[in-house]
Design a protein around this ligand. Sequence first.
Ligand code: HEC
Length: 455
Amino acid sequence: MIDYPIFEMPVLGHRLIFAIDAITHVLVSHGAAVGGSIVLALTQWYAIKTNDQKLYDLVYKILFVLFVAATAIGALTGIGIWIHANIIDPPAIGSLLRVFFWKWFTEWIVFNVELIFLLLWFLTWKTYGWERRRENLKFGIVYAVASWLTMVIITAILGFMLTPGNWLKSEFPAQPDYVASLFNPSWIPSLMFRTFFAIGFAAAIAMYWTWWFTRNDLELREKAERWFGRIVLITIPITAVFGYWYYLQIPKEAKDLMFVAGLTTKYIGYKELLILALLGAFALILVAVFAFYLKPKAVPFALASLMMISYVFLVSEFERIREFIRKPYVIYGYMYAHGIRKFDVPHLEKTGVLKYASFVPPEYRNITEENKVKVGEYLFKLECRVCHSVNGVNAITKKVKGLDENAIYYRIGTLNSPATPFMPPFVGTDEERKALAAYLATLVNQKEVLMTKNK
Ligand code: HEC
């Protein structure tokens, strides 16, 4: 973190923007690409097998929607993730890229194959027509396999961040074990969990759009909704089993953070409400799927929509919790969220971080009575702004409200404590800690900030 130019995201903060981008990406990659390709290729096959041209045409209509989502929103947010990740935490993304270089390179190739076959599948559908349906299906199958393979590789990297396992061959500084990094404990369980979840989610999306596209053909609706409903129902128990296996791989300290992750510390008293909301969303999905299965012609559009909203809620909450419980780390046990390696902390506590902060102006590397507020601001940007904004989301101003400079100084020393184990420790010398406290104290009273600015 300290060796890169500082970029601050005002008001919304880095975390929120990244979350919006990443969750949108997951919704599209799981729902439209990975799950969508498998479900629609399967349905195309089913339409061919049962010689049902109407169902065949319906698949195309749904594919149109998923095609637009995958190519427009999916590609856009995917690139967004790269840009955000580099802005927020260059050392983290740099480390991951080096440990996973060839895997990521492979993923990039596979992603291109995926995109090419999506285009071929979609664009030849009409020109091939019903006559050459089997040839067209082959494109869909390659697309589905390629989509899934990208998930195989990305889940390895995500798994590694939470459960790196024995990826270092010896004490640090050490050589990484690339095979162990890949076969980290949560890779396979999380991959299987996501695979089946994505298939269920995509089938639910297909149910939603089927309702819409079959307003004038209830016979077709009956057959299609039952078929997609069956897919959702099959995936639920399988997703649950793999989900539990995945859960078992997660470190205990991370599991302890699940409720804070889902609720934030402010609402931590509402644990039952979170459980109720999650179970409620799940129950709604079950009710909708069973209703579609039993009485496909009678289900109102509102129920189909609620089912979609429930799925979106579950995906978002899962991603939020998964990201949060990894804190205070970005790579578990190795690198803190602010990008400082755990290994380097004892050294940096002696030397200070400013000495190494290449992009902090030289005049702020030596702390004096005159510049300490300004230096403190730089320290805030180096170590806190990945998670806190000044006045916006998760505002530091609110977090230190009511504390004087001494109390803030004390609190900075206990960031990584049992009360707030999700925060990395403040890393630096006692002098640097005092400078950060001086800056934060000025925020408590904004008038004081104005005064220091006018000096
Ligand atoms: C990994 C992300 C992260 C980093 C980095 C981080 N914080 Fe926090 N901090 C949080 C979260 C999350 C909360 C609690 C928000 C909530 O749930 O209300 C919090 C809460 C706080 C609080 C209030 C704690 C309390 O007693 O309730 C203070 C003070 C604080 N942070 C200061 C800092 C300072 C100073 C830094 C930089 C040295 C920092 N934080 C870095 C995530 C972070």
